[in-house]
Write a protein that binds this ligand. Structure first.
Ligand code: 4AD
Ligand code: MG
Length: 425
């Protein structure tokens, strides 16, 4: 017997006898020496055995095993240690595991996502995701933001009516929340600085590498906060998160083959470019986009490539943005809004704005958008009682994980991705 421990703690037990429980990733024999690579969720390790029970029968890929042995320093191993195994027991078999080390197509892997999540790469990504969530919470909690979660079942459209998932709420129409923002505005007037962190839903008909139908969003909202201050929170939050990942997850970043030089440049202040200037720069670069049009993915990619770190795209025409954004006092057809574009083609990872706090202006905007103020009565009410300038933003977790991890597609950034043609497994 040995001390029960986990793979990540092994470097503290060099020379000691330990017992590890986990799953077999790979098994191979070379003459009388047997090599077992196993994982336990905290890491991966090689165990070397000179003798095996039953000649190693049942040591199949993904069987559950218990390995007893001594921890030995080994400079060739990524973790710096190896196990000299004295005993390997099969705890549960795994006949014919469907995912083989050879490469499978994406559809096959997504169909077997419940098993695919065990792979080295996928576990590294999920650990990165967990760290990103933790760092976001650390930053916001530390700066006095109170976590306060909005409902998921809602009667309102926050981000337009085209991507709503409708449900029948005991005979009344309701929707899965696209964004908790409107509720966060109510909560900011109660608590000052608040944030929500939870799933949001959009019936996106687009099949791109950035769109999910269910994704997680963090939505901070701040009372007595103007557009300028909001940008400051956005850039300091993002750079904190990136720094935490760089500090704590070198191994995971290596496993997903992330070149971290672009991440090391994520230091505030971030550059800014107005919508007007962006259209000009894009036209100069040969893109056919007219003032007043929304940017598409290729435009975002081209624009982001003109900067060496994330860039704020600001002061959009109000007509291409939702109803609640505060007009720019200098040019009222523009709004005090910003999208943060990630480098390397990852596109918009944050969207935010100052919100309209004036009652009459809000009513006029609802009217201009053909929205019925009665549907938004409680939201309008907020402008009647101590309404103050306030701002907030939403950051999409999966796009953030994709960019930080340098991943091709958001489907790998969430345990069970929901996309246009997939709700299985
Ligand atoms: O820009 P969006 O639509 O902004 C809002 O929903 C605001 N109400 C947020 C706020 O101010 N509180 O979405 C915010 C972010 C985007 O920048 C993007 O990162 C992510 O959410 N996002 C998606 N991520 C994955 N799949 C989708 N279909 C997404 N739609 C938006
Ligand atoms: Mg947006």
């Amino acid at each position: 017997m040995g001390l029960a421990t986990s793979i990540q703690d092994l470097p503290q037990h060099v020379g000691q006898a330990v017992e590890l429980k986990g799953w077999l990733t790979h098994f191979r024999s070379s003459g009388k020496i047997h090599f077992i690579i196993m994982r336990d969720g905290t890491g991966e390790i090689q165990a070397v055995a000179r003798a095996l029970r039953g000649g190693g029968e049942g040591l199949e890929q993904e069987c559950a095993i218990a390995v007893t042995g001594t921890v030995r320093q080994d400079v060739r191993s990524p973790s710096g240690v190896e196990i000299d195994a004295t005993d390997v027991r099969v705890l549960a078999p795994s006949p014919d595991f469907p995912i083989q080390p050879k490469s499978h197509g994406v559809d096959f892997l997504m169909e077997h996502r419940h098993l695919w999540v065990r792979s080295t790469r996928q576990t590294a990504i999920l650990r990165l995701r967990a760290r990103i969530i933790r760092s976001i919470r650390e930053f916001l909690d530390h700066h006095g933001f109170v976590v306060a979660d909005p409902p998921i079942l809602t009667p309102l459209a926050a981000e337009g009516t085209t991507t709503l998932f409708g449900i029948d709420y005991f005979g009344e129409p309701a929707f899965l929340s696209q964004s908790g923002q409107l509720y966060m505005e109510a909560l900011a007037m109660a608590l000052g600085r608040v944030y929500s962190f939870g799933p949001t839903f959009r019936a996106e008909k687009s099949k791109t590498r950035r769109h999910l139908t269910e994704f997680w969003m963090v939505e901070p909202e701040m009372a007595f906060c103007d557009f300028e201050e909001s940008l400051h929170w956005q850039e300091t939050l993002l750079s904190y998160v990136v720094k935490q990942v760089l500090t704590h997850h070198v191994e995971d970043l290596t496993r997903v083959e992330r070149d971290v030089t672009a991440l090391e440049r994520v230091i505030p202040p971030f550059p800014r470019i107005t919508y007007d200037a962006a259209i000009e720069r894009l036209n100069d670069a040969g893109y056919d986009i007219a003032w007043g049009e929304d940017l598409g993915a290729p435009h975002e990619t081209a624009l982001a490539a003109m900067f060496d770190r994330p860039v704020f795209l600001t002061h959009f025409p109000g007509a291409i943005k939702p109803f609640y954004m505060q007009p720019d006092p200098k040019q009222p057809d523009l709004v005090l809004a910003a999208d943060l574009l990630a480098p390397e083609g990852y596109g918009e990872i944050m969207g935010g704005s100052q919100r309209i706090h004036d009652l009459d202006l809000l009513l006029a905007r609802l009217n201009a958008y053909n929205m019925d103020p009665k549907d938004y009565a409680w939201y309008v009410d907020l402008r009647r009682y101590g309404s103050v300038p306030h701002s907030g933003f939403g950051m999409g977790l999966e796009r953030l994980v994709a960019w930080i991890g340098g991943l091709e597609h958001v489907r790998e950034t969430i345990p069970f991705a929901r996309t246009l043609n997939r709700v299985w497994p």
